[in-house]
Design a protein around this ligand. Structure first.
Ligand code: ATP
Ligand code: MG
Length: 435
């Protein structure tokens, strides 16, 4: 993208309403704009990050054998009356009426709808197990929307639902999803710790929250340093192998990890290498048995012909919250430091003298080599302003083109994360950025 003709409105001043770094930086770097309390428009650079996170989440769900669907945001109240949650959910649910006075709602989650879809079509034990997911906007009328996209009212969630014949099968699905989550966070460039959680309004008897470490996180966390060195990639665990899932589960559950409210001073004493920090919840998974299948009449014919209510689980990742959480984990005083895996652009090309024939030619050549998948700062701004905006926006690489270098066929390449700079040819710069 050419910055001169893009909606990437950077701000020099710190917006008064933003209390935490990620919120400030998302506004200052021109990623989002608030359109109503807790509701945000995603501008081009912000949307690119959101899409890249979504793509990694999707790839890992697919690799775990989950099937992607897309359910609507608007749901019928009748479905929620069947599960008993229409009244139970309370004021967080945004309720609507259509012109025929029918009760609708903007979905805060999708257990009822997916159970209904399965109920319409799945009839036999032979069709299970199945895991379905979608990546869709949710609405929860939070009492106090705050911290920008971290606690919005409208937010993007990946929610998956598993259906198994029995508890043993459901446990396998649960472990698969848990491994898919650890892998997703590893690829996103953040350290995530799974912690035993309360099952809350979803109900059920097994639940984990995924907390990513960031100095400004909402909760205090205590964990065993062993979590920091586990490799969750497919080189270490095959997600389709039950023995691997068992080994993964053992590693997850033998190490200590707890948030403030569940912290156990006695157990903590026995942890060999203690780590403490602040954390942000970015995912939450539940196994809740037959709660929804029984309430809503989802049943399949079992092996012996007797009908069985499938055992279910649900698995959420806060996709839009992750954008903020990643910034909390990766920034400095100058701005965002995007991990390569989610950066809106792999590099920014800084033309320090727009109008200089050699600079313009070299920048156009570079921009063409990226096939447009780089940001080209072609504005007629001072060099200082361009450097400041590049640091603020957090592109992993900055390719700086000035008149002296251009005349000699050289650029200056800067790595945002380390501040390291080298002078090199265009070819060498491209090779480094491409990694
Ligand atoms: P929290 O405890 O933060 O309120 P929750 O327990 O209500 O979250 P879940 O129902 O478990 O949330 O939803 C799954 C994921 O969706 C959460 O782990 C979180 O990452 C994300 N999420 C939930 N509420 C919001 C929100 N208001 N804004 C942005 N993301 C959210
Ligand atoms: Mg939760």
């Amino acid at each position: 993208m050419r910055l001169s003709h893009s909606l990437l409105p950077t701000l020099k001043e710190t917006p008064a309403e933003a209390q935490i770094a990620s919120h400030r930086l998302m506004l200052r770097a021109g990623l989002v704009r608030q359109t109503a309390a807790g509701i945000y428009a995603w501008l081009p650079a912000g949307l690119r990050v959101l899409r890249r996170i979504e793509a990694i989440v999707r790839e890992e769900q697919d690799a775990a054998g989950a099937q992607e669907v897309l359910m609507p945001t608007i749901q019928s109240a009748d479905l929620w009356r069947q599960s008993g949650r229409y009244d139970a959910y309370g004021p967080e649910m945004l309720r609507l009426k259509d012109r025929h006075e029918r009760d609708l709602l903007y979905g805060p989650t999708n257990e009822e709808m997916i159970t209904d879809l399965m109920r319409q079509s799945v009839k036999s034990y032979r069709e299970l197990p199945q895991i379905l997911y979608h990546i869709q906007w949710k609405f929860r009328d939070e009492v106090r929307p705050r911290f920008g996209v971290m606690r919005g009212r409208e937010f993007l969630m990946k929610d998956a639902y598993s259906f198994d014949l029995d508890r043993a099968g459901a446990v396998v699905s649960y472990r698969k999803m848990m491994l898919a989550y650890m892998r997703t966070f590893q690829r996103l460039g953040v350290q995530a710790i799974p912690m035993v959680a309360d099952t809350g309004p979803i109900g059920g008897d097994l639940s984990h929250e995924f907390i990513i470490l960031a100095p400004t996180g909402e909760s205090q966390v205590y964990y065993d340093a062993a979590f920091e060195t586990i490799d969750y990639s497919s080189d270490n665990f095959s997600i389709m192998s039950e023995p691997d899932l068992e080994r993964f589960w053992t590693q997850m559950t033998t190490h200590y990890a707890a948030t403030d409210d569940k912290h156990d001073a006695e157990a903590w004493q026995h942890v060999a290498e203690k780590r403490e920090g602040r954390g942000i919840e970015v995912g939450h998974i539940f196994y809740f048995g037959t709660k929804y299948s029984k309430a809503m009449g989802l049943a399949v014919a079992g092996r012996d012909g007797v009908s069985v209510a499938p055992e279910m689980g649900s698995y959420g990742v806060g996709v839009s919250r992750l954008v903020g959480a990643l910034i909390e984990a990766h920034h400095d005083e100058a701005g965002i430091i995007w991990p390569d895996s989610v950066a809106p652009f792999p590099a920014v090309i800084l033309n320090l003298k727009v109008g200089d024939a050699a600079c313009d030619a070299m920048c156009e050549d570079l921009y063409a080599r990226f096939n447009g998948d780089a940001l080209y700062d072609d504005r007629g701004e001072r060099a200082g302003a361009k450097f400041a905006d590049a640091d603020l926006m957090g592109h992993p690489w900055q390719i700086v083109v000035g008149p002296r270098g251009a005349a000699a066929g050289k650029v200056e390449l800067k790595r945002r994360a380390t501040g390291e700079k080298v002078e090199c040819s265009v070819d060498d710069a491209m090779a480094k950025v491409r990694g």
